[in-house]
Design a protein around this ligand. Structure first.
Ligand code: LMR
Length: 397
């Protein structure tokens, strides 16, 4: 049987990660995979997570199954973090959430649930989007349609073209949106744009599916969920896939959740039962460790404050790197303008250089960047900025 299989290409982001690891040059720089690095180029365990882990070591007395929905306290606390504890949809008992193996696991459960409700559903994704959205959602069986999102020329969201396409989306279709810190462009929707999409969704009857993997890395924990909160209030139905990989630094612990806002509490219960049936079919039960840590942190004011302080440091450092990079390459020989990088938020921005320049950076200088020219700003630090700026200036000359 296996002889029927042909080798397949690795996901471009993960392929780049492997190539970087295999590169023996000491001066190499990783601007590829979306993992936070501090000024020493390290991805440490967050302080609050470390504290929670040692507490958990003492308190955890079993590794028995938790159940399909995972830890109920984690689910409730994640909803409070996403929606705010006093959100009208929570008060109306219209929201249900289950734990999922990372943001990717959450996205897949959401996709499978959509197909149970609407077997011919189409999902509209922005161009560009995170490359893995396509196999994750399309692989589940959803038909992928596209709407324009980012304008390469203006280096901004092309709101007009986006809204024009969204006005054509048929009732019952799904529209995928990035909650904040758009991956790969770093160009986020304004509050006015979120409000406009909410109105169009109400008019057209499509259902937004929000992927939020970077809450707290853009402007603030509350600002980053403006769209999500306003949609959950105004719309009868909404799906939210969330991840704790980046804001809690729990990448390998696969900690996420999938939440559904329904029109009524009774419908919400049905959706939750279907979501659990989906999870049972794919992986049965979610991993516990990361979720127990998040739940402990969010349930303890001291740990929560410690986490928020460190998350502020993370966000501030990334913003500082945006400025440091643009300042050091702005007057380049090619006359390229990089100021969009300062305006954008989250881990990523497009550099907007040519593919041959990108290739030179990798081959001659050991600087690893995804082929879309997406750079992870957190890969820049005070120790590598000079080398990075010099290399960039060289390939732009
Ligand atoms: C990224 O976009 O680099 C991260 O979300 C990691 C991944 O799985 O692609």
């Amino acid at each position: 049987m296996f002889e029927q299989l042909n080798p397949t290409k690795m996901d471009p982001i993960l392929g780049l990660m492997a190539a970087y690891r295999a590169d023996a040059r000491v001066e190499k720089i990783d601007l590829g995979v979306g993992v936070y690095m501090n000024d020493q180029g390290l991805t440490p365990v967050m302080r609050a997570v470390k504290k929670a882990e040692s507490r958990l070591m003492e308190l955890e007395h079993t590794k028995s199954y938790q159940g399909i929905a995972g830890d109920p306290q984690y689910n409730a606390r994640m909803l409070d973090l996403l929606l705010g504890p006093h959100h009208p949809a929570l008060k109306a008992n219209r929201v249900r959430s289950i734990q999922a193996p990372g943001g990717s696991g959450a996205l897949r459960v959401g996709a499978e649930l959509i197909l149970r409700a609407r077997p011919n559903a189409k999902i509209w994704v922005g161009v560009p989007t995170w490359p893995n959205h396509i196999p994750l959602l399309g692989g589940a069986g959803l038909t992928i349609e596209e709407y324009p999102y980012y304008d390469i020329a203006t280096r901004e969201v092309n709101s007009e073209a986006m809204m024009q396409t969204l006005r054509q989306v048929p009732a019952g279709d799904i529209v995928l949106l990035h909650g904040c810190c758009h991956n790969p462009t770093g160009a986020d929707l304004t509050k006015a744009a979120w409000d406009e999409i909410t109105c169009i969704a109400l008019e057209r009857g499509f259902i937004p599916y929000i992927d939020i993997a970077y809450q707290g890395l853009g402007k603030s924990l509350d600002d980053d969920v403006y769209g999500l909160r306003s949609m959950a209030e105004a719309l009868p139905e909404l799906i939210i896939a969330s991840s704790c990989s980046k804001n809690f630094g729990l990448y390998r612990e696969r900690t996420g959740s999938i939440s559904f806002v329904s029109a009524t509490p009774a419908q919400a219960d049905i959706v939750a039962s279907q979501a659990m049936a989906v999870a049972r079919q794919i992986y049965s039960m979610p991993p516990a460790h990361g979720a127990l840590l998040v739940s402990m942190i969010l349930g303890d004011p001291h740990l929560e404050q410690m986490w928020k302080t460190e998350l502020d440091e993370v966000r501030t450092r990334i913003i500082a790197m945006r400025k440091m990079l643009t300042d050091s390459i702005q007057d380049n020989a090619a006359g390229l303008d990089f100021m969009h990088i300062q305006k954008q938020r989250g881990m990523f921005s497009f550099l907007g250089i040519s593919s041959s320049q990108l290739q030179r950076l990798r081959e001659e200088f050991g600087i690893y960047i995804v082929s879309s020219t997406r750079i992870n700003l957190a890969g820049i630090n005070s120790g590598n900025i000079d080398y990075l700026a010099t290399s960039l200036r060289t390939v732009l000359a």
